[in-house]
Every structure is written in structure tokens, then in C-alpha cells.
Design a protein around this ligand. Structure first.
Ligand SMILES: NC(=O)c1ccc[n+]([C@@H]2O[C@H](COP(=O)([O-])OP(=O)(O)OC[C@H]3O[C@@H](n4cnc5c(N)ncnc54)[C@H](OP(=O)(O)O)[C@@H]3O)[C@@H](O)[C@H]2O)c1
Length: 255
């Protein structure tokens, strides 16, 4: 049975991946969609008449849920053609002011769960399978007031690129997607205490475009996918200029 798995499928870019995935793989038997909110997943499962969509309501930071999911995979023995790790969260605010559980929760979901999920799926992947990991343009440089989130996404970017190299001889390709701000429910949680700076809102893009580019880059076996001129420019300048310069101006800008 050929399947795709999408985590974070109940909203935003994960949900968009579910909608677009059959354009990339037309021979899927099932798409397994994962998130905590069952009602949202069920809404999405009515979306496609081409392929069966199986909603799996689990919390991927919960060890018991992950073990049960692993058992389910061992029973079904699927061939995973594509894994999309889109589940993630961010909270804007100073590290010394934000709640510890929120900060640790970000690391647990963005890093720990993504790593565990990838490890769990790999035995069921083979030549020409693909992994798409949602990192962020926040991975390109340290971000005061978004410190843990940016660091967690730097982990995803580094992990994905290294894994892509490791898995090349198995014919499995890994792409880290690094969008700037995208118009999704992400900000309902991210802006719980503090608003995103106005200049970032100028770079806001649509999830459809980010996902289309991500699938396109995955097919081209690219290890990094960056949508929009603004974010590609940010990536370029954060490579050629010292990060201390950005941090200096950030500090100056706040005073
Ligand atoms: N939006 C942006 O500006 C932006 C920019 C760069 C990168 N990203 C990254 O892109 C990815 C997708 O973000 P998005 O914008 O689509 O956000 P979103 O609309 O808030 O979606 C996040 C998804 O993660 C799921 N999720 C959260 N905690 C979970 C858990 N413990 N177990 C299982 N699923 C969980 C949520 O579903 P449930 O709540 O139903 O569990 C939801 O489906 C994230 O990794 C995010 O960090 C977003």
C-alpha cells in the first residue's frame, strides 16, 4: 500500500499539503493525516475522492500516542512515498518572560517529535521516497523575542540537510521548507502575548504558494525550499553578512 503521511494536517500548510499532494503523487492508495483535532481532520478527509484519506488524531509529543502509531505502522507495513512534517508552533516573546512549559513545548514539538516521527517512518521508506520538513526563515539567524522558535527551526534546517546527504544512497530525498510569515492559524498561538512586528507582516504570503514551491523543490531533489524574493534575499544576506550585524541593528531598532 503506497501512502503519504502529513503531520499538522488539521490546518495551515499541513492541510494545504494534503490538498496538493495528489498533484505530485498520482498513485497513492491512502493519505494518513495527523493532528490532535479530529473534527478538523474529518473535514479534510471529505476533500478528495481520488484517494482515501485516513484521519489519525494523535498528539505527536505524547509518547503513548507515538507508540500506538508505531504499532499501527508495523501492522499495516505501508510504503511511505512521502512524509510531510508540518506540525509545529511558535510563541513570540522574551525568553525570560514567557512560560517555561510553552518554551519547552516548542522544542518538544518542533524538534523532538519531528525527529522521532522521521525515525519511525524511515523503515517504511524506499528509493524515491521523500521527506518534507517545515523549518522556517527564522532558521537563518538568531531572533530575539522569538529565540526558542528560531533555534528550534535552525535545528530542523540543519537536521534535514544532513539527513538528505545521509539518505542519498537510499534514494530518499529530504527538503527543508523555510517560509517567512504565512497567513495561517499559526499566529493565533504565536501572538498569544505579543504581536508580530509590523515589518514582518509586509512579507506575509499565502500557504498555497509556499506548498506548491515546496513540492516542486522536493521533486527537484533540493534540500532547501524558500518561497518569495524577500525570503531568498534574507537567506542570501544572512549567509554573507555576520549575524552580529543583524543583532546589532535589531537592538538599536528597539531602543
Ligand atoms: N505560518 C507561518 O508564518 C510559518 C512560517 C514559517 C514556518 N512555519 C512552520 O510551518 C509549519 C506549519 O505551520 P502553519 O503555519 O501551517 O501552522 P498552523 O496552521 O498553526 O498548523 C499547525 C499544525 O500543527 C498541528 N499540531 C500542533 N501541535 C501538535 C501536536 N502536539 N501533535 C500533533 N499535531 C500538532 C496542529 O493541529 P492540532 O492543533 O489539531 O493538533 C496544526 O495542524 C510549522 O512547523 C510552522 O512552525 C510557519
Amino acid at each position: 500500500m503506497n501512502i503519504a503521511i502529513v503531520t499538522g494536517a488539521s490546518s495551515g500548510m499541513g492541510a494545504e499539503c494534503v490538498k496538493q499532494i495528489t498533484k505530485v503523487y498520482d498513485r497513492l492508495d491512502e493519505i494518513w493525516i495527523i493532528a490532535r483535532r479530529m473534527e478538523r481532520l474529518c473535514g479534510l478527509s471529505l476533500y478528495s475522492d481520488k484517494v482515501k484519506i485516513r484521519p489519525i488524531p494523535i498528539d505527536i509529543t505524547n509518547e503513548g500516542h507515538m507508540e500506538a502509531f508505531n504499532e499501527c505502522m508495523k501492522d499495516a507495513k505501508p510504503k511511505i512515498r512521502m512524509l510531510v512534517n508540518a506540525a509545529g508552533m511558535g510563541i513570540i516573546g522574551r525568553f525570560d518572560e514567557e512560560d517555561l512549559l510553552d518554551e519547552i513545548g516548542m522544542v518538544d514539538l518542533n524538534c523532538r517529535a519531528l525527529t522521532a516521527f522521521t525515525k519511525m517512518c524511515l523503515p517504511f521508506m524506499q528509493k524515491n521516497s521523500r521527506i518534507i520538513n517545515f523549518a522556517s526563515s527564522a532558521a537563518f539567524l538568531p531572533q530575539p523575542d522569538f529565540a526558542v522558535y528560531a533555534a528550534s527551526k535552525a535545528y530542523v534546517l540543519s537536521f534535514s540537510r544532513a539527513l538528505n546527504k545521509e539518505l542519498k544512497n537510499r534514494g530518499i530525498y529530504v527538503t527543508a521548507v523555510c517560509p517567512g510569515p504565512v497567513a495561517t492559524d499559526f499566529f493565533k498561538i504565536a501572538e498569544k502575548h505579543h504581536k508580530m512586528p509590523g515589518y514582518k507582516k509586509l512579507a506575509l504570503v499565502r500557504p498555497e504558494a509556499v506548498v506548491e514551491k515546496a513540492f516542486c523543490d522536493s521533486l527537484k531533489k533540493r534540500d532547501v525550499s524558500v518561497y518569495s524574493f524577500t525570503m531568498n534575499s534574507l537567506r542570501f544576506f544572512t549567509k554573507v553578512l555576520p549575524h552580529s550585524l543583524f543583532l546589532y541593528f535589531w537592538k538599536e531598532g528597539k531602543q
